[in-house]
Design a protein around this ligand. Structure first.
Ligand code: GLC
Length: 664
């Protein structure tokens, strides 16, 4: 059951697609105050678990921390960080009752989930103009499914996007890209995508390609395709200010950029230097900006990643002027009264500053809306612009699209990657914990930078992370400029990497089926154990194991130098290891706690009692994946419903695309 409570005059975010009539009176739980901004307060019972918040820090159970949903360009995801790139304002309180709460509110909102007071949930924001959806169900899982049908179907990428992608910030020349492909092919490491970071562009200008390096870009794209590789370029939010650059010229002339209060176009420095932000909250601008993707689609491109769309601001001219003033004051001070901290503080406040977010405006239905009042909707609408346009440009096929920043609603247009993580062991665990929460908020096509983006990776970290990445729909190795090179062929024994990636390809029939069932049935691809074993108190506390689809459980190793790990089985399961020589070990383990050994070059998974999963033969691209014959592993006599399609149809249904497999 869904109830809607409306406070003040909410901004229409288009997060929800179902029409729900407003309920009068007070929500069934919580105390609401609207005198100073908005606050929702509710007392949590000791046993209540709080799920949700999508891309957020910490655990699957969100209790015990304060999360500030404010889309932020934050490169260092330490444990105390309260804001990441996304704002997914949906939580589920699960205890005696199971209640979902979606605070549909376009800017900064704080979820204090037992941080200030252990037993108190308080959700607060500055303005009492919002919609609150309250969903009651028989279980947390039920509530999530209801929420998912409220917000509409999740984005479905083309099937090739379930292959492996190699990326690095710094690939610049034709040779750089060719080398990646050659090395993967040479070592027979499967590969379907190579990502193009900002250096493919001409001076970081969106929808341009460096013509010196790529004199005939469509031919290059085609050449790569012939080797089975899709190039996936990045698109950034800021449009470079440069005379003669058509995107800039046209945007200025049509008045399509975000404006300052005085009507001039707001300027923000990002990678290209000073840029303007397209006003993607305006549908006309969305159509215009989205149409620019055509330049690359016409060149044969069928995948994009949208970045810097919180939007990230390195500095604004106004902010820089303030820093200069504070420096001048400091230098002119001969009394020693001014500390160098005044300058340092000013410098630290320069990027992504709240003052800058108050300096520009969007035009929404003829009204000017200051950016800070709708901040969390920018990345969503940039990706929506792309998604809507790509549906027009390529009506008969799916295009790969994912974004760094997002808000609920964006899940209908694209997936997400979890931004600039680090080559830290703790970030494997964070990756594991974030996936089911993202699914709860509709984001099914998701993944992290495997091996870690920032810092220098190590071979063992990369191998362990990949063994989990085998199961994330988006499987991409991405790293930052200046860090240790992280392609598999940079390390000793690349065959270990080949093996792990090959297992991914062998599992695609299962992973794709489960993804499609989740996408088409408003269900989850990643589930916490508690969603399947709600009556098992031990299962309910497990946060480092996940259910993948309906058949499989994973328990990744995320500790350096470990030769295995402890795992909790809520029921009997078949423990399967994919060994580097191509064989499988299969051991039935009874319910309970076990220590399982897993070598660095093995991929472990668990099949639930009475279930079976399909396995394809190894291959090097998704296009070469053969589903006939499929091998089945698991329990004899068990059946599996396989979903398959041509990998690109936009209006697919479960009916007509499934076959039943039986394990002999
Ligand atoms: C941002 C992105 C990262 C990318 C870099 C350069 O930090 O999050 O993935 O490599 O910008 O474009």
């Amino acid at each position: 059951m869904v109830q809607l409570y409306v406070f003040g005059h909410p901004f229409e975010t288009d997060a929800v697609v179902q029409s729900v009539s407003e309920t009068a009176g007070n929500p069934p739980i919580g105390t609401i105050a609207t005198t100073h901004g908005f606050s929702f307060t509710h007392t949590l019972e000791a046993q209540d678990v709080v799920y949700g918040l999508g891309e957020a820090n910490r655990g699957i159970n969100k209790r015990g921390f304060r999360y500030v949903n404010h889309c932020s360009d934050t490169p260092s995801h330490t444990e105390d960080l309260s804001s990441l790139y996304a704002a997914h304002n949906f939580i589920v309180l699960s205890g005696t009752n199971h209640i979902g709460l979606f605070f549909d509110y376009p800017t900064t909102i704080t979820f204090d989930i037992g941080y200030t007071q252990q037993d108190t949930l308080s959700v607060t924001c500055d303005s009492a103009n919002l919609k609150l959806y309250v969903i009651q169900g028989a279980s947390a899982y039920d509530v999530v499914k209801e929420f998912r049908s409220l917000i509409g179907p999740s984005y479905i990428p083309p099937k090739f996007a379930f292959g492996f992608g190699q990326s690095r910030w710094g690939y610049k020349t034709r040779k750089d890209f060719e080398r990646v492909v050659q090395e993967h092919r040479k070592h027979h490491i499967p590969l379907d995508m190579v990502y193009m970071d900002i250096d493919y562009m001409e001076d970081y200008k969106d929808f341009t390609v460096n013509s010196e390096e790529f004199p005939d870009f469509p031919a290059f794209v085609q050449e790569m395709r012939e080797q089975g590789v899709h190039l996936v370029p990045i698109i950034d939010a800021g449009v470079k200010i440069e005379k003669g650059y058509p995107v800039y010229e046209e945007g200025v002339q049509k008045g399509y950029f975000c404006k300052r209060e005085d009507g001039s176009d707001f300027e923000a420095a990002v990678w290209p230097g000073l840029t303007h932000f397209p006003d993607v909250l305006n549908p006309e601008v969305r159509q215009w900006f989205g149409n620019w993707y055509r330049v690359l689609v016409d060149a044969g491109i069928d995948g994009f990643w949208n970045d810097m769309n919180e939007p990230a601001i390195f500095y604004s001219p106004e902010g820089l002027a303030q820093v200069k003033t504070s420096m001048e004051r400091y230098l002119a001070d001969s009394t020693g009264a001014l500390s160098h901290h005044s300058v340092l503080d000013a410098l630290n406040r320069l990027s992504n500053s709240s003052e800058d977010y108050q300096r520009f405006y969007h035009k929404v239905q003829g009204e000017w809306v200051r950016h800070d009042r709708v901040h969390n909707l920018f990345g969503y609408n940039m990706t929506r612009a792309a998604g809507e346009a790509l549906a027009q440009l390529a009506p008969d096929r799916r295009i790969l699209l994912f974004s760094r920043s997002s808000y609920i609603g964006m899940h209908r247009y694209g997936g997400v990657w979890t931004g600039d993580n680090m080559s830290w062991w703790s970030h494997i665990l964070l990756n594991i914990k974030m996936m089911p929460s993202l699914n709860m908020c509709g984001f099914l096509y998701c993944g992290a930078d495997l091996g870690g983006f920032g810092c220098n990776t190590t071979r063992d970290l990369l191998l362990r992370w990949l063994a989990f990445g085998v199961f994330t729909p988006l499987m991409r190795n991405h790293s930052a400029l200046g860090t240790r090179e992280q392609e598999f062929y940079q390390f000793e024994n690349p065959q270990d990497f080949r093996h792990i990636i090959s297992v991914r390809y062998r599992l695609i029939p299962y992973l794709y089926s489960e993804f499609m069932k989740a996408a088409l049935g408003n269900d989850l691809y990643f589930k916490p154990l508690s969603f399947l074993y709600p009556n098992d108190p031990l299962a309910c506390e497990v946060e480092d194991q996940l259910m993948i689809g309906n058949e499989v459980m994973v328990a990744p190793v995320y500790q350096q130098n470990a030769t295995g790990r402890y795992v909790y089985l809520p029921e009997e399961m078949l423990f399967v290891k994919f060994c580097p020589d191509g064989t499988l070990t299969q051991t039935v383990l009874p319910a309970g706690v076990h220590h399982v050994s897993v070598a660095l070059n093995e991929v472990p998974l668990f099949i639930r009692q009475g279930h079976t999963i399909p396995l394809a033969q190894p291959c090097e691209t998704v296009a070469d994946l053969s589903t006939q014959p499929l091998e089945c592993i698991g329990y004899s006599g068990a059946t599996y419903t396989l979903y398959d399609d041509d990998g690109m149809c936009r209006s697919c249904t479960l009916e007509g695309h499934t076959t039943i497999l039986i394990k002999e």
